[in-house]
Design a protein. Structure first.
Length: 363
């Protein structure tokens, strides 16, 4: 048995180590996920403004986001307040409305819509009307084959986007880190090859090749939590997301600690969560990965048959928190939805999804 003074020293050392390990404050990483803002210009050869309902939706959303930090969270959704240190906003595609259309006034409308998106959202935080960095990807309305001026704009923005650690060979897809969290934006859908396959709608622009390389290099065997974002949901029709790509995508991500995925496209007010286990998609699956739809944030427009009425007036957005707590088994991902039924005139908290996750302890 060691001498009394040695035992006392050992005990004191162990107490210091234990105290240090257990007294670390919770680290909270908070961010916003939105989708399908779909800026729509007035139908004109020289557009000077947006469709009135699109203008109202997107302007109100921008104002709401600026007031979001510090907002009280209702008790039924856990209480507390929205973080004052939001890291950024993810936008899951369909930034504008008209780039999947041709002829007529669409070319000048498309340019106006893209210009307005950039003016409102900015890029680095504070260079537009939003206070945070912006992490967008493209959807079918931005160019179904991934070969439009909006795509080129995203590629250009990726060169200056804050925190980007890796970009695909074509410059379109990218990844970055927020603390222990690794995030990857993958465009319209995750698939192999640059071009559209025969019998299918969209071009993947080699997003799966980038994902494999990025996760292997940036995550590896670390066990770090990963979040993936893309536009189309994996449960969409096979001619939109080829089954062989979907199978290889599942095989790839199943080897990593993917804690959530976010998509756009389907709108689906209010925001919702599905689960995917590689075979099935359903909200109440006991196993599988969480797949969130933030709804659209601004895809409103004037009704075709009634200029005094708007359509697409229900919207939503997600507030996401990654909670890194002392101990390997105490971490969590919390996703809360915020929604409107009247073009953001009124709005409130809607749902909460909370899941225990694993974040490797800091060394």
């Amino acid at each position: 048995m060691p001498p009394i003074n040695n035992r006392a020293t050992l005990l004191a050392t162990l107490l210091v180590i234990f105290s240090t390990a257990t007294s670390r404050a919770e680290d909270r990483y908070a961010f916003i996920v939105s989708g399908d803002c779909q800026y729509l210009a007035e139908n004109s050869a020289t557009p000077m403004k947006l469709d009135p309902y699109a203008e109202i939706a997107n302007s109100r959303f921008i104002k709401l986001m600026n007031k979001f930090p510090g907002k009280t969270i209702t008790k039924k959704l856990g209480g507390g307040k929205v973080s004052g240190d939001i890291l950024g906003i993810l936008v899951t595609g369909d930034l504008i409305e008209s780039l999947d259309k041709r002829g007529g006034n669409y070319p000048p409308m498309q340019r106006f819509e893209w210009k307005r998106f950039q003016a409102d959202y900015g890029l680095k935080g504070g260079d537009g009307r939003l206070p945070w960095p912006v992490y967008e990807l493209h959807g079918n309305h931005d160019g179904p084959q991934g070969d439009t001026f909006v795509i080129e704009g995203i590629i250009s923005r990726n060169k200056e986007r804050p925190g980007v650690s890796s970009r695909s060979t074509n410059g379109l897809h990218y990844s970055w880190d927020w603390g222990p969290l690794h995030l990857v934006n993958l465009g319209i859908f995750v698939g192999e090859g640059e071009k559209r396959r025969e019998g299918h709608h969209y071009s993947p622009r080699s997003s799966l090749e980038f994902l494999k390389k990025d996760l292997g290099k940036r995550v590896g065997s670390s066990g770090r939590p990963v979040i993936l974002s893309f536009h189309l949901p994996p449960f969409i029709a096979e001619y939109d997301w080829p089954k062989e790509d979907l199978a290889e995508f599942w095989k790839t991500i199943n080897a990593y600690n993917v804690v959530a995925m976010f998509h756009g496209h389907t709108h689906g007010s209010p925001p919702s969560r599905n689960r995917w286990n590689g075979r099935q998609f359903a909200p109440k699956l006991k196993d599988g990965l969480d797949l969130f739809n933030p709804d659209d944030s601004g895809a409103a427009r004037t009704a075709r048959n009634n200029p005094n009425k708007g359509t697409g007036l229900a919207h939503g957005v997600l507030y996401v928190e990654l909670l890194d707590r002392p101990g390997a088994d105490n971490d969590a991902l919390v996703v809360r939805s915020y929604a409107s039924r009247d073009n953001w005139k009124t709005h409130d908290w809607h749902s909460i999804w909370k899941r225990k996750i694993s974040i490797p302890e800091k060394k």
